[in-house]
Design a protein around this ligand. Structure first.
Ligand code: MLT
Length: 333
């Protein structure tokens, strides 16, 4: 070996070794907490996101999924993501509102009247503003949405059609002020409880009922502990996928882009997933013995009681009456 080769080759090896060491060190498996069990819209979005993200990073980065509250209650996982000790959390929108009150507009009763409204709000200017507000207030960035359908009321005791039927039932609600106020407007004194404790509370009859979309009722196997479903339509459930803002800011620009693109594509997938799966899930719940009925009189008394008492009470927290009106205008109302 001549003098030059002897000096240059070790330097080349050192550089190549450094490059490999660098790429191995930066390959990462991110952690995602998921509130629901496998099989629902949260799981479908999470799997799609994880697949897309890995694909967009050339197989280098992965996302490990932890369903069914394994990493803590939905509110715990938002705290963990805010502190940067958890990468991703996928949860119901109602459990993010306590940390970012303007998001509450998405849980005001009878504002979102179907999938089209949900898509309009999450894809458009309103959605962009809520993303910014959530970064500012809660330290997490919404990068995708699962669409889960209307939250229907389930209980183990009796068919419910009127507000009178509802009286006396003990209903679990998320720790969400707007939803608590809605049940109060319906003449009920609901029990606020973490999502991760809900199945056991229903099973042990600590509470008689709860509300969540058909798909969630199925994924969580609530048919094992609940008999009756009333198809109220007060909240169309949205499930944001969030990344810790601290983690996001630490990513190189190309990885940030992979996160955002995978989130957008997974959101489109979720919309189609709901359209394709909800009808079959309803049939399956009936086959499993659940009795499904509609609220009396086109839900009029439920709508009137909730909107008259709850909307005015929460104008301020969602950004004022003008903000509310502008959102309704976006929805063509
Ligand atoms: C809740 O009721 O707390 C949520 O809707 C649960 C969820 O599906 O994440």
């Amino acid at each position: 070996m001549n003098f030059h080769k002897a000096r240059i080759l070790p330097a080349v090896f050192a550089i190549v070794a450094l490059l490999f060491a660098g790429s191995a060190a930066s390959a990462k498996t991110f952690k995602m907490a998921i509130g629901d069990a496998q099989g629902g819209t949260q799981w479908a979005l999470a799997e799609k996101f994880s697949e897309l993200f890995t694909e967009k990073t050339g197989g280098k980065h992965k996302v490990s999924l932890f369903p069914n509250g394994q990493l803590g209650s939905e509110q715990d996982t938002i705290n963990d993501a805010a502190m940067g000790t958890l990468d991703f959390s996928l949860l119901a929108v109602n459990n993010i509102t306590p940390f970012s009150p303007t998001v509450g507009v998405l849980t005001l009763p009878y504002v979102i009247l179907g999938l089209d409204d949900a898509v309009t709000l999450t894809h458009g200017e309103v959605g962009k503003e809520l993303v910014e507000n959530t970064i500012r207030d809660a330290g997490v960035r919404i990068i995708g949405w699962a669409y889960s359908g209307f939250r229907v009321l389930t209980n183990s005791k009796k068919p419910v059609a009127t507000l009178d039927d509802l009286k006396g039932l003990i209903i679990r609600v998320p720790k969400n002020e707007i939803m608590i106020a809605t049940y109060q407007a319906w003449g009920c004194n609901p029990t606020p409880m973490a999502w991760s404790e809900t199945f056991t509370a229903l099973q042990q009859k600590v509470v008689d009922g709860q509300d969540n979309p058909f798909i969630t009722v199925s994924a969580m196997k609530f048919y094992e502990v609940q008999k009756y479903i009333t198809t109220i339509r007060y909240i169309f459930s949205l499930e944001p996928l969030v990344i810790s803002e601290a983690v996001f800011q630490d990513l190189k620009p190309e990885l940030q882009k992979a996160v955002l693109d995978a989130g957008q594509e997974a959101t489109l997938y979720s919309e189609q997933y709901l359209k394709d799966s909800e009808a079959a899930i309803i049939k399956d719940l009936e086959a499993k013995g659940m009795e499904i009925s509609a609220p009396a009189d086109d839900e009029k008394e439920w709508i009137e009681a909730a909107t008259s008492a709850v909307w005015p009470k929460y104008y301020d927290s969602i950004g004022g009456k003008d903000k509310f009106d502008s959102i309704m205008k976006v929805l063509g109302r």
